[in-house]
Design a protein around this ligand. Structure first.
Ligand SMILES: C[S@@+](CC[C@H](N)C(=O)[O-])C[C@H]1O[C@@H](n2cnc3c(N)ncnc32)[C@H](O)[C@@H]1O
Length: 261
């Protein structure tokens, strides 16, 4: 696959850099590190969950197979874990010494992510639960309705002096300390007007993440950019952004959302 890295473009609206690179994040990050070294203040990653394996779910009231794309198919626990170590190691390298990373996942992947973080000596700071008030019903009725995703927040290593905008979070929470359970709905219809991505995150979630962990003009990476939600949130909040996405269609969806945003 061709990896395209060009000079960073300048977003006129908010005076921040916005760039999406098409390719496999492993290769793109190797190239990026050899040219730029420790570059990013913060990384948000929403990697494959490895859950598209023939199960069923409910979509718009209908029973459908869980199939988010080839990128989401499991290759077995060991290979999935090796992949998680591979991309997390590269993210750790491109983080500045005090940089941090947040990674989203469901039960299918989050334990591997947490273990991989410990194996490469990241410092785990928090375990945030995103609670969805309107989850799809559980059709099999054989276990509880899935209504949460986990976001692990970790610093580059034990020496990192990480940034946490404590006061801003408190202000956002009626002047009470912000807890690690965040209740937010899935993306609204309006957030999908440029096209559909099966695992698009709500802009409200990424806005809060950026407000908690970064300053204006910081450099933010998303190695699994999908529909470009992180890029759009960066533009809204005046943060510089570089995203990586393997699928051409999602690269163009990201560009459309970021340009309109
Ligand atoms: C869970 S989705 C991210 C969704 C995103 N957070 C959003 O709001 O739209 C993961 C994305 O990673 C992409 N992807 C999978 N493997 C990749 C790889 N090795 N390198 C770069 N992108 C990859 C998939 O095409 C998919 O769009």
């Amino acid at each position: 696959m061709k990896v395209i890295i060009t000079t960073l473009s300048y977003a006129k609206m908010n005076k921040v850099y916005q760039k999406i690179l098409q390719g496999n994040c492993l290769k793109v990050l190797d190239d990026f590190y050899s040219k730029n070294g420790k570059f990013f203040d913060f990384i948000y990653a929403d990697p494959p969950y490895f859950l598209s394996n023939g199960g069923i779910t409910c979509q718009n009231g209908k029973m459908v197979k869980v199939d988010k794309g080839n990128w989401d198919k499991s290759k077995g626990a060991e290979i999935n874990h090796e992949f998680n170590i591979a991309w997390l190691t590269r993210c750790q390298k491109v983080l500045k010494p005090n940089g941090t990373i947040m990674v989203s996942g469901t039960l299918h992947v989050i334990y591997s992510i947490g273990y991989a973080m410990q194996q490469i000596n990241m410092k785990i700071l928090n375990n945030i639960t995103w609670q969805k008030p309107n989850p799809p019903p559980n059709l099999a009725c054989r276990n509880f309705t899935h209504s949460t995703e986990t976001i692990i927040w970790a610093a580059k290593n034990n020496k990192s002096k990480h940034l946490f905008n404590y006061k801003d979070m408190k202000l956002l929470n009626n002047n009470k300390q912000m807890k690690d359970v965040w209740t937010m709905t899935s993306p609204k219809k309006d957030e999908k007007k440029f096209g559909r991505h099966p695992t698009q995150k709500p802009i409200e979630l990424i806005n809060r993440i950026l407000l908690a962990t970064t300053k204006e003009q910081d450099y933010v990476l998303d190695p699994f950019a999908g529909s470009g939600t992180t890029g759009l949130a960066c533009k809204i909040n005046n943060r510089n952004f570089i995203g990586i996405e393997i699928e051409k269609n999602y690269v163009s969806l990201s560009k459309k959302r970021m340009q309109a945003g």
